[in-house]
Design a protein. Structure first.
Length: 366
C-alpha cells in the first residue's frame, strides 16, 4: 500500500458503518493493520451494535450511541496495549458492526410430509410452508458462534440452516396440536405461535431471536382434499338425494368437458335423464310433503250388511255386530257383505270379524 493510503487510514478517527444492503447481518470495519487511534470516535446507529475483538477475544459490546475510544471512559480498553503510541501503535483491534434490525419475509417449508393421526381420515400426510422473521439478540454469541473472522456475514450463509430447523420442528408440532386436518387452515396463527415458542431456544443458542413464524398454507394429499370437498357438498345439500343430484350434475359436466364421441354423448344423455327423473321425484316428494302437512280425515268405521233369511239387514258397525254375536243373532255361518267385497261371505271367514267370535265356542261337532 502507498504511503499516502496508509496515512489516510491512520488519520481517519471515525469508526462507523452505513449499510446499503438488505441482507448483511454483520460487517467487520476495515482499518490498516486493524490499528485504532487513541480518542477515535465510534458511531453506533439505531439498529446496530458494535463488538470489539482484541487479540482474538471478545473485548466489549457497544449499544447505539457515539463513543470516544479512550481508556478513561472505556475501562476495558485500559488493558489494551499501545494506545500511548498514537500512529505507531502496535495495538491491533477488530470492530464488528452487527445489524439488530428485523429481517423479514424469509421463507421456510417442510422438507417432506408430516404424518398425522386424524379422527376422520386416519393417518394423513400434511405439509406446510410460510415465512419467518429474525434479528440478532446477542451480538457476542453471534460473532463467536457464527461470524468468526468473516468480514461480511449475510443471510445466505445461515438461511438454509434456519429454514431446516423450522421445517423439522413443525413436523413435531402439527401432530402434537391434535387439530383435525379439516380445521388446520383456520388454526394457522396458533400453529405459528406454537412453532415459534418451540424454536426459540434453538435460535437463542446462535445469538438470534425468532421474532415470528407465519404458516401460510397447509398441504394435504389430493384424496383427502377430495373427501373434504365431498363432505362439504353433502353438508351443503343436506340429504343423500340431493347429493346424488350433485354427483349426477358433476358427471354431466365431466362428459361435456370430454365429448369423446358416442360414449361421451351416451353418458351425458343417461346422466341427464337420471337427473331429470331425480328432479321430478324430488318435486313430487316435495309436493307430497307439502300435502302431508295437513292431517288426513278420520277413517269411517267398517259397516257390514247381514243376511237374515232371504233379506238383508244393516248396515251395522262393529259394536252392533258384537252385540248380535253375544245374543246369538250373528254366528260364524251368517252371511255378511260390505262395500268392496265381491260376494256374500260367512262372517267367520272375514278377517275383520274373526275377533268377534274369539269368546264364542264353535258348534259342537255331530
Amino acid at each position: 500500500m502507498a504511503l499516502w493510503d496508509k496515512l489516510k487510514q491512520e488519520l481517519i478517527d471515525i469508526i462507523e458503518w452505513l449499510d446499503d444492503t438488505n441482507e448483511t447481518l454483520s460487517y467487520r470495519f476495515e482499518r490498516y493493520q486493524n490499528e485504532i487511534k487513541y480518542g477515535a470516535k465510534l458511531v453506533v446507529r439505531e439498529g446496530q451494535m458494535a463488538v470489539f475483538v482484541n487479540e482474538g477475544k471478545l473485548a466489549d459490546v457497544f449499544k447505539p450511541g457515539t463513543y470516544e475510544l479512550v481508556t478513561q471512559n472505556i475501562p476495558i480498553l485500559a488493558t489494551l496495549r499501545g494506545w500511548k503510541y498514537g500512529f505507531n501503535s502496535p495495538f491491533k483491534a477488530e470492530v464488528y458492526f452487527v445489524s439488530t434490525r428485523k429481517f423479514t419475509d424469509l421463507k421456510w417449508g417442510t422438507p417432506g410430509p408430516a404424518m398425522m393421526r386424524d379422527k376422520d381420515f386416519g393417518m394423513v400426510r400434511a405439509t406446510a410452508f410460510g415465512i419467518y422473521a429474525i434479528r440478532v439478540k446477542d451480538p457476542g454469541t453471534f460473532i463467536k458462534d457464527l461470524v468468526g473472522t468473516d468480514n461480511r456475514f449475510t443471510l445466505d450463509e445461515i438461511q438454509a440452516n434456519l429454514r431446516g430447523k423450522i421445517g423439522l420442528r413443525i413436523k413435531e408440532v402439527m401432530p402434537e396440536l391434535g387439530i383435525p386436518v379439516i380445521e388446520m387452515e383456520a388454526k394457522v396463527t396458533e400453529i405459528g405461535t406454537r412453532l415459534r415458542d418451540r424454536l426459540q431456544p434453538d435460535f437463542e443458542a446462535l445469538g438470534l431471536e425468532l421474532v415470528e413464524v407465519q404458516v401460510q398454507d397447509i398441504g394435504l394429499p389430493e384424496e383427502v382434499e377430495k373427501a373434504i370437498d365431498k363432505r362439504g357438498a353433502i353438508a351443503a345439500v343436506g340429504n343423500l338425494q340431493a347429493y346424488t343430484q350433485y354427483e349426477t350434475a358433476s358427471s354431466i359436466r365431466d362428459a361435456a368437458n370430454n365429448p369423446g364421441g358416442a360414449a361421451g354423448a351416451g353418458v351425458g344423455l343417461g346422466a341427464g335423464l337420471a337427473m331429470g327423473a331425480q328432479m321430478v321425484n324430488a318435486m313430487t316428494g316435495a309436493a307430497g310433503a307439502t300435502a302431508g302437512a295437513a292431517p288426513p280425515p278420520i277413517p269411517s268405521a267398517a259397516a257390514f250388511h247381514v243376511a237374515v233369511g232371504q233379506s238383508q239387514t244393516g248396515p251395522f258397525d262393529i259394536a252392533t255386530l258384537q252385540a248380535q254375536v253375544s245374543s246369538g243373532q250373528l254366528t260364524r255361518n251368517s252371511l255378511v257383505w260390505k262395500t268392496g267385497m265381491g260376494q256374500w261371505t260367512k262372517a267367520g271367514d272375514v278377517p275383520e270379524l274373526q275377533s268377534l267370535f274369539a269368546a264364542v265356542p264353535p258348534p259342537v261337532p255331530q
